[in-house]
Design a protein around this ligand. Structure first.
Ligand code: ZN
Length: 368
């Protein structure tokens, strides 16, 4: 393995631990049934870390621009949004590693930030999501539950869970937060509670160490719901569940749900696949074997795409106003999301919207 490949592999294998680094320099203890790769020693080569950062950051910006330009339910949007979420995790990880080496946060130069997507990153993203280069105007849809959700094959071979919100009345909103729990979770949880909103937090098993479990208890005590997102996001290297066997997927999700149950005394009823990427077979098995109802989103705030809470808040309220209702996706691991969500819940209350219970999702899926 050459040096560059070695660095890349090191980065890939520690992506799921970003939020752990951010909160405390200790790893949570995983469920005994799930194998976790060892964290490799950090590279001291700051120059190459910065070059990697700039390459991923310019790609992140390019995918963010493409996502904003595409209609939210289009195949292109699903593709760009998934790529952007993956690249944000890579960028945050590199940022944490540079800060660990230099003691300072890193900002790339403006010229490099506008460099677009390099061939290397483009190939990496295509490989991660198994995106085919074949472009067609059509996508194949597999029904899961009429009027609730289906799975669409995007770029002909990558299955995305597509959510509908026809069961919500005008003005009704469901608020969801993914990828925690993390150091910002309790603040998000408290601000939702203060705003009279019950939210749904999709958690990662890798974050359920001692601190994470305490945060889970806080969410539950604040009246919120917990959903299963994955053990990792969804593999240790950040690939979606399509990279795992169905058996392994069920094992991981089952172990996360056991952790949730042992922490808050109640199993979860909700599952959201990382990036929304999941096969129809897996969606059905996850419900029949684990009792977890699939949950997508109908308003992707793209909160990974900007660090500015004001921009995120304005974008989010205009998306909600345009649709008039919806299942809103944010992440309780980003500072901009924490700040924007706090304002959002007040705006919803002041503008005739009602944040409804996430239990409506279960009722809609089961046809109750
Ligand atoms: Zn996620």
């Amino acid at each position: 393995m050459n040096k560059k490949t070695c660095i890349l592999v090191s980065i890939l294998s520690i992506v799921p631990f970003i939020s752990v680094f951010a909160q405390k320099p200790q790893l949570p203890r995983p469920p005994a049934s799930v194998e976790v790769p060892a964290v490799p020693a950090a590279s001291a080569d700051v120059t190459s870390l910065k070059a990697e950062y700039e390459e991923y950051f310019s790609a992140l910006q390019a995918y963010s621009d493409k996502a904003y330009a595409a209609p939210q339910d289009s195949p292109e949007f699903l593709e760009y949004s998934a790529a952007g979420k993956y690249l944000r995790a890579m960028v945050e990880n590199l940022s944490a590693r540079i800060k660990a080496e230099t003691g300072l946060p890193y900002q790339p130069g403006p010229a490099r930030a506008g460099a677009g997507v390099s061939a290397k990153v483009k190939a990496e993203v295509a490989g991660v999501f198994n995106f085919s280069d074949i472009r067609s105007g059509e996508t194949r849809g597999v029904p899961i539950k009429q009027g609730y959700c289906q799975v669409n094959y995007v770029k002909n071979n990558t299955p995305f869970l597509v959510q509908y919100d026809g069961f919500l009345n005008k003005g009704e909103v469901i608020l969801t937060f993914d990828d925690g729990p993390g150091p910002l979770t309790e603040e998000v949880s408290a601000s939702m509670k203060d705003g009279g909103a019950q939210a749904l937090f999709f958690v990662l098993g890798v974050n359920l160490g001692e601190n994470g479990k305490a945060r889970l208890k806080t969410e539950a005590a604040d009246g919120h719901f917990t959903g299963v997102h994955g053990y990792n996001h969804a593999t240790a290297s950040g690939k979606p569940f399509t990279a795992l066997s169905l058996e392994e997927t069920l094992k991981q999700l089952g172990s996360v749900n056991s952790s949730i149950a042992s922490t808050i005394g109640k199993k979860s009823s909700f599952f959201r696949p990382p990036y929304g990427v999941i096969s129809p077979e897996a969606v059905r098995a996850i419900y029949s074997d684990l009792g977890l109802v699939p949950v997508g989103w109908t308003i992707d705030t793209l909160d990974w795409s900007t660090k500015d809470p004001e921009t995120l808040y304005q974008n989010t309220i205009s998306m909600i106003a345009k649709r008039g209702k919806g299942i809103v996706l944010m992440h309780d691991i980003h500072p901009q999301s924490r700040t924007a969500a706090k304002r959002l819940v007040k705006w919803l209350a002041g503008n005739g919207y009602k944040v409804v219970s996430p239990e409506r999702l279960v009722q809609a899926f089961k046809g109750e």
